[in-house]
Design a protein around this ligand. Structure first.
Ligand code: NAD
Ligand code: WQD
Length: 342
C-alpha cells in the first residue's frame, strides 16, 4: 500500500465500525474516528483500544454534516483513505422518517465526497447493503442482479452508490469500493465489543439474545409459510469480524486507478430463522422460547450472497462459521450487557 496508513472511519464507534477499527489497528493502520454517538456510546472507544492494544490517533465527536467538521479533520490529519459507515440503518424507521434518512445517509455522503476532493483524499470504502437488491428470487445473488430497493433506507444506500459512481466518473482520481453486506452478526472474540442496540432490537439475533438473557419473554418468528426448507426466511449471516476483514482487504487492494467497484460480502450459506435458533441453543446451551406469528411486511423468503467476485478479485473469504457468530454474540451479552434481575 502506498498511501498514508491513516484512515478516517466515520461511524467508527458503531457495530461494524468498531470491529473494523480493531482489525485495522491490529494490522498496522492508524485510525481517526468521527461519530456523534447517535447509535453508540463513548465507552466503545476505550474498548477498541483495549481489544487492539493500540491507540486511536484522534476522535471527533460530532455529526458528519456539521459545517466545517470534516474539512477540519482533513486539514488536521494526513488521511490516506476513508471508510464511511456513519448512517441510520433501521428499515421500519426509514419509512416513518424518510427525509431524515435521506439527509443523514445521502447528504452526509455528498458532503464527505466534496471534502475529500477538496483536500486531495481519493480513496473511499462505502458501507452498502444487500437491501439494495430488494424483492428478488435469485439465489445466490451476485452483483449483476439489478438493484430494486423497496424502502427509504435501502434507496438511500442505492442513491449513495450512484452518487459515488457519478463522482468517480467526473473525478478520475477518485477510487471507491462499495461493499454490500448481507446480515452481519456476532461480536469481537474478546467479548469487549459487540452489537448493543438501543431500544427494541430490529434484527433477529440481538432480539434472540435478549430473549435468551431473560430480558424479553419470547422471540416471534415472522412467518413459517415461506417456500424454504422449514418455511421460515433464509438469510446469509456473516461474522462481523469477517466483514471487518473485508474493509481492510478493500483498503489493501483499492489502489489509485480511479473508478468504483461493488462487491457483496456474505458467506454464500443460507440459514433459516429456525436454523438460527437451533444453532444458538446448541452452541450456547440456552433455550430460546419462540412462537411462530404472521409474516413481517417487506421480508423476502431468501437472501444469500454469491461473494465469489471479491474472492476472485482480492482473495477475501469468510473464516468464521455460524457457531462462532452465535457464540461470540452470546459471550458479549454475558460479559457486557445488563443482566436481568433474578
Ligand atoms: P451502527 O448504527 O451501529 O453504526 C453507525 C455509527 O454511525 C453509530 O456509531 C452512529 O452513532 C454513527 N452515526 C450515525 N449518524 C451519524 C452522523 N450523522 N454523524 C456521525 N456519526 C453518525 O450501524 P452498523 O450496523 O455498524 O452499520 C454501519 C454501516 O453499515 C451503516 O452504513 C449501515 O447502513 C451499513 N450496513 C449495516 C448492516 C447491518 O445489518 N448492521 C447491513 C448492511 C449495511
Ligand atoms: C432476519 C430474519 C425476519 C426479527 C436487515 C435489513 C437489511 C440489512 C440486514 C442493513 C427475517 C426474521 C427478525 C424477529 C424474526 N441491514 N425475524 N423475528 O430483515 O434480513 O435484514 O438487516 O443494511 O437492510 O433489512 O434482518 O435480522 O431483521 O431479519 O423472525 O424478531 O429474521 O423475518 O426473516 P433482515 P433481520
Amino acid at each position: 500500500m502506498t498511501f498514508p496508513k491513516l484512515v478516517l472511519v466515520t461511524g467508527g464507534a458503531g457495530f461494524i465500525g468498531s470491529h473494523t477499527c480493531v482489525d485495522l489497528l491490529e494490522n498496522g493502520y492508524e485510525v481517526v474516528i468521527v461519530d456523534d454517538f447517535s447509535n453508540s456510546s463513548p465507552q466503545v472507544l476505550a474498548r477498541i483500544e483495549q481489544a487492539s492494544g493500540r491507540s486511536i490517533a484522534a476522535f471527533y465527536r460530532g455529526d458528519l454534516r456539521a459545517p466545517g467538521l470534516v474539512d477540519h479533520i482533513f486539514r488536521s490529519h494526513d488521511i490516506g483513505a476513508v471508510v464511511h459507515f456513519a448512517a441510520k440503518k433501521a428499515v421500519g424507521e426509514s419509512v416513518d422518517i424518510p427525509l431524515e434518512y435521506y439527509d443523514i445517509n445521502v447528504s452526509a455522503t455528498t458532503g464527505l465526497l466534496r471534502a475529500m476532493l477538496a483536500h486531495g483524499v481519493h480513496r473511499l470504502v462505502f458501507s452498502s447493503s444487500c437491501s439494495v437488491y430488494g424483492q428478488t428470487n435469485a439465489i445466490p445473488l451476485d452483483e449483476s442482479e439489478p438493484a430494486a430497493p423497496t424502502n427509504p433506507y435501502a434507496r438511500s444506500k442505492w442513491f449513495c452508490e450512484n452518487i459515488i459512481a457519478d463522482a468517480c466518473r467526473r473525478y478520475p482520481e477518485l477510487t471507491a469500493v462499495a461493499l454490500r453486506y448481507f446480515n452481519p452478526i456476532g461480536a469481537h472474540e474478546s467479548g469487549l465489543l459487540g452489537e448493543d442496540p438501543q431500544g427494541v432490537p430490529n434484527n433477529v439475533l440481538p432480539f434472540m439474545i435478549q430473549v435468551a438473557a431473560g430480558l424479553r419473554p419470547e422471540l416471534q418468528v415472522f412467518g413459517a409459510d415461506y417456500p424454504t426448507e422449514d418455511g421460515t426466511c433464509v438469510r446469509d449471516y456473516i461474522h462481523v469480524m469477517d466483514v471487518a476483514d473485508g474493509h481492510r482487504i478493500a483498503l489493501e487492494n483499492i489502489g489509485d486507478r480511479g473508478g468504483m467497484r461493488v462487491f457483496n460480502l456474505g458467506t454464500g450459506v443460507g440459514t433459516s430463522v429456525l436454523g438460527l435458533i437451533r444453532a444458538f441453543e446448541e452452541v450456547c446451551g440456552v433455550s430460546v422460547p419462540a412462537r411462530i406469528v404472521g409474516r413481517r411486511e417487506g421480508d423476502v423468503p431468501q437472501l444469500v450472497a454469491d461473494a465469489r467476485a471479491v474472492a476472485q478479485a482480492w482473495g477475501w473469504r469468510t473464516n468464521r462459521d455460524l457457531a462462532a457468530m452465535v457464540r461470540d454474540a452470546w459471550d458479549f451479552q454475558l460479559r457486557q450487557a445488563p443482566q436481568p434481575v433474578a
